[in-house]
Design a binder for this molecule. Structure first.
Ligand code: AMP
Length: 181
């Protein structure tokens, strides 16, 4: 487990950018965590220790910052990495799931053969941040529809006031390192 001091070090390494990408939004900028080797290392060591026990087959990361944490962790655990991308980015045949936005909807996609034909593959889903939970819930549905078993959804940050974690908990266990009230 991370102690409070380590959590604070990781949290302090993430920068708030006000009014990005639009007025009223506080954007959580993880680039300042990534370029701080001590804090980033602390986070990744913690995730490796936690997920060593999970007997994972794959880690699926959400476009785009989930790719950074997910692929690093996949290599540390010696399991495969699977990108879950925004619509239209993946070159091979895909399965897709749509989800509602405040206005309209969006889609996430995964390659049909992402789990290399392994039925019941144990998959960890990872992203930097959960807000409304719409993206991650669609990603869990995608994994489960592709005959994978999403064993947990992991986020570095969770915006508690948007209650996205509750939405995802209906589909899979959720682990959020730092909750923001
Ligand atoms: P949601 O589907 O509402 O849970 O949105 C989650 C996705 O949007 C994640 O991939 C996040 O990286 C991104 N996101 C949403 N809100 C923020 C924020 N305030 N700061 C940084 N990223 C965000």
């Amino acid at each position: 487990m991370l102690n409070q001091t380590e959590k604070t070090i990781i949290h302090n390494a993430i920068r708030d950018i006000h009014d990005f990408p639009e007025p009223g939004i506080v954007f959580k900028d993880i680039t300042t965590l990534l370029n701080n080797a001590d804090a980033y290392g602390m986070l990744m060591t913690h995730l490796k220790t936690r997920y060593d026990q999970y007997n994972l087959d794959f880690i699926a990361g959400i476009d785009a910052r989930g790719f950074i944490f997910g692929s690093a962790l996949a290599q540390m655990l010696h399991v495969g990495f699977v990108p879950i991308r925004k619509k239209g980015k993946l070159p091979h045949s895909t399965v897709s799931e749509s989800y509602d936005l405040e206005y309209g909807s969006d889609e996430v996609e995964m390659h049909v053969d992402a789990f290399r034909g392994k039925k019941g593959a144990r998959v960890l889903l990872i992203d930097d941040l959960v807000a409304t939970g719409g993206t991650a819930a669609a990603a869990v549905r995608l994994i489960n529809r592709s005959h994978g078993e999403c064993v947990e959804a992991c986020f570095v940050l969770g915006l508690n006031f948007l209650e996205g974690q509750k939405k995802i908990e209906q589909l899979t266990p959720v682990y959020t390192l730092i909750g923001i009230d």
